[in-house]
Design a protein around this ligand. Structure first.
Ligand SMILES: [Zn+2]
Length: 422
């Protein structure tokens, strides 16, 4: 932001010395617990910790919370029930249980069978198909029971980008209650919104040699946009194509207005420690505890500056509705994030810092799957140099392009098979 201070995701509290200390003491405590527990028990201590069933227009979400991440498979029982079989995990029947019908799910029971947790889902008459993903952070199985389409669903007319006018910093998040209730599942991915992070007076992070993040974000984004248009034939909408300031809310606001099918936010990272480097890809965090630290995340400072009176208090109904909107795309967002991360690491050969979830205000309210990419560390001299290199920028854009292409093909094949998009 100013004076070369790091402004990006990596400068979240976990990277600050104060918090690192807390982290170290947690690690010590865990190590102690492992010593006390028998080695076998420590290894197999995964358990189902809770169950949430939420109903949406298009599907009913079954979220099985776990104490740590796990793999799972879906088995169809003779009586028509589905069983989510979670490897190496225990479940107390009272922890994962649903007695009353919610949306397309009639009932849920559970049992530990040998070393597996079995969560039995009885489907309602309106269930059409299902899909699920195991998430690492927070550890959970995100399982969707898709509903049969109602005859009233009509394709939504796309709003031309030109009609969109910026609303400035005032007002609420772009999403309203009807934002997550109405949209139909797109059958093709034909509109992609690219957001080059920062711009104008918000320079983003600054490298030791003076390279500013907003410039390299834009360079890489423009390359990516060209590839998507030329090679994939999709409509690409950019939140900025020059060094202008765009309000944080207007970034997803534009994406929603043009009914984008994907939102890709391009950034570069920075920390005070000049030795730290690598690539990381984010999608939005939905856990309350993450949101409690949102104000301390450097990437959010621009938003807070634009919205000094902003609060994420429980009382902010609009905020909660916006969160729900993005929750709907959690599975797709994580799928895209993992693809992008894998390609970037392979191609750029930087340290793999992994796919993470974080409470980024900029992604809140986005009505399609969204990711935020931190391509490299501008605060590290070697990576700053690479970021200004045209060949490197091209490699980064190509890596993201390949992931989007693969995602688009998979998604469209899934929809055309009738398996349901999202
Ligand atoms: Zn940034």
């Amino acid at each position: 932001m100013k004076g070369g201070l790091p402004t990006d995701a990596a400068r979240d509290p976990m990277n600050e010395p104060r918090f690192r200390k807390t982290l170290v003491s947690t690690v010590v405590a865990t190590a102690f617990a492992v010593l006390v527990a028998s080695p076998a028990e420590a290894k197999t201590a995964n358990a189902v910790t809770g169950l949430t069933v939420k109903d949406y227009d298009e599907y009913t979400a079954v979220i099985v919370k776990l104490s740590r991440s796990a793999t799972f498979k879906v088995t169809k029982m003779k009586d028509g029930r589905l069983a989510l079989v979670i490897d190496n995990c225990k479940v107390a029947p009272s922890t994962a249980k649903l007695d009353k019908s919610v949306g397309a799910v009639k009932k849920i029971t559970s049992a530990t069978v040998k070393s597996e947790a079995w969560v039995y889902v009885t489907l309602g008459k309106n269930a059409r198909s299902y899909e699920g993903t195991a998430l690492k952070k927070p550890p959970q199985i995100f399982f969707k029971v898709l509903k049969k389409k109602t005859p009233s669903e009509k394709p939504v007319e796309k709003t031309p980008a030109e009609k969109y006018t910026t609303s400035g910093a005032k007002g609420e998040f772009p999403t309203s209650a009807k934002g997550f209730a109405a949209d139909t599942t797109p059958t093709v991915i034909d509109t992609i919104c690219i957001d080059p992070g920062h711009g104008g007076r918000f320079t983003g992070a600054e490298g030791p040699k003076g390279t500013v993040e907003k410039d390299v974000n834009l360079d890489i984004s423009l390359r990516l946009a060209r590839m998507l248009r030329d090679k994939l034939g999709v409509r690409v909408i950019m939140t900025r194509t020059d060094d202008s300031h765009v309000y944080m809310r207007d970034r997803t606001g534009l994406s929603n207005a043009v009914k984008a099918d994907l939102f890709i936010d391009v950034h570069n990272n920075a920390v005070l420690n000049a030795k730290v480097g690598g690539t990381e890809t984010y999608f939005l965090s939905e856990t309350r505890s993450d949101w409690d630290r949102a104000a301390s995340i450097a990437e959010n400072q621009e938003f807070l500056e634009e919205n000094p009176n902003f609060t994420t208090d429980a009382g902010s109904l609009n905020f909660i509705l916006s969160m729900l909107a993005q929750n709907e795309y959690l599975t797709e967002s994580s799928e895209l994030a993992y693809d992008v991360q894998k390609n970037l690491v392979q191609s750029l050969e930087l340290r793999d810092r992994g796919v993470k979830q974080a409470p980024f205000y900029v992604l809140v309210g986005c009505q399609c799957p969204s990711i935020l990419v931190e391509i490299a560390f501008i605060s590290k001299t070697e990576e700053e140099k690479q970021l200004t290199d045209a060949a490197f920028q091209d490699k980064a854009a190509t890596a993201i392009f390949d992931a989007v292409k693969a995602y688009k093909e998979r998604y469209e094949a899934r929809v055309n098979r009738g398996g349901g998009g999202r």
